[in-house]
Design a protein around this ligand. Structure first.
Ligand SMILES: O=P(O)(O)OC[C@H]1O[C@H](O)[C@H](O)[C@@H](O)[C@@H]1O
Length: 329
């Protein structure tokens, strides 16, 4: 499947992801979990980051997102370490996992195969197996959904997420044509420019996902930042702004009221320096729904922009080259 077909499958994947989670064979643990580390890279790390933000209101223990070889020194026998790797062979994730095992953490794994699945089976760790496929970033629906199932298994969150994902499926199905149309328009405005992506802090994971998709699918450089922090540094940097930069600001009905005002003022400031400032308003009655809405929107923008740029949205040859070079060491 090409990337466009994979993005086209987003809603279907979500349905399948629920089924996989429902049928997962998970065991509970007696330990009291005092902290959680979600470790993974790229398309497999971002699901954890987004979910960590989505559960903020009900999760009573700290959740740390880890995107590197090492794990934080606080990880110990009362930690839950969730390792997410679609291929199951990403070296950073495997090394972080080894350390978590040495520290006797509770381990849970999300993967479609590879070394990590072998390890999970050998050692009897809780694991959820995703369907085979390619491009981990096109499998986000699965890895994100399974994060919820694992967290619910350990009693970290309640099971309301299932209903929320089902509601999201309805919302996305209803909104799909509008999402695609708006995404196409936004891609047209981003074409030939450097995208700059903003959102409120609690939606930063979703904005990072958008950046990653523009990087890998559209093959463009871009950056992101979140409010209010952006107001305390980057806003000043806009003195060096120009029309070459195109801003996309995600706006959500649950953005904090003071931050909404900040967004309005930020827009007024930035519009003095660039003629492209696009506001995208999410839809949905919950944060899960709004997040999935924006993720799908961003995925479509990345595909449409790749078409305008006449690049293959799926290939990531440069990453394969990098991995090849690393394999020689
Ligand atoms: O999910 P994994 O197999 O661990 O892959 C993690 C990352 O690896 C590579 O860098 C891919 O090009 C990325 O698209 C992917 O997200």
């Amino acid at each position: 499947m090409n990337m466009k077909e994979l993005v086209e499958n987003f809603i279907k994947q979500l349905e399948e992801a629920i089924e996989i989670g429902e049928n997962a064979n998970l065991t509970s643990c007696d330990k009291e979990i005092s902290n959680i580390v979600i470790t993974g890279l790229g398309g497999s790390g971002i699901g954890g980051r987004i979910v960590a933000q989505l559960i903020e209101e009900q999760c009573k223990v700290p959740v740390v997102i880890n995107n590197t070889y090492d794990i934080p020194s606080f990880v110990g026998s009362n930690s839950l370490v969730i390792a997410s790797s679609f291929s199951g062979n990403t070296e950073e994730t495997l090394m972080a996992l080894e350390q978590a095992i040495e520290r006797k953490a509770e381990i849970a794994i999300i993967t479609s195969g590879g070394k990590i699945l072998d390890l999970a089976k050998q050692r009897g760790y809780n694991h959820i197996v995703l369907p085979q496929g390619d491009s981990p970033r096109a499998m986000l629906t699965y890895s994100l959904t399974q994060q919820f199932y694992l967290l619910a298994n350990y009693g970290i969150i309640n099971t309301n997420f299932k209903n929320e994902i089902e509601q999201s499926i309805l919302l996305l199905t209803e909104s799909l044509e509008k999402i695609k149309q708006e995404a196409k328009e936004v891609a047209g405005k981003l074409f030939g420019k450097t995208p700059v992506l903003y959102s409120e802090a609690k939606y930063e994971g979703v904005t990072i996902r958008f950046r990653q998709q523009l990087n890998e699918n559209s093959k463009v450089l871009c950056w992101h930042h979140a409010l209010p922090e952006m107001n305390h540094n980057e806003l000043v940097g806009w003195a060096g702004g120009k029309d070459e930069y195109a801003v996309v600001m995600f706006r959500n009905e649950d953005d904090f009221y003071r931050t909404k005002k900040r967004m309005d003022i930020t827009k007024e400031v930035i519009e003095k320096y660039t003629d492209t400032f696009i506001e995208v308003h999410s839809k949905g009655s919950s944060r899960i729904q709004r997040s999935l809405y924006l993720i799908l929107f961003g995925d479509w923008v990345s595909v449409y922009l790749s078409e305008l740029r006449e690049v293959d949205s799926k290939e990531v040859n440069i990453i394969s080259h990098l991995k090849g070079e690393l394999a020689k060491i």
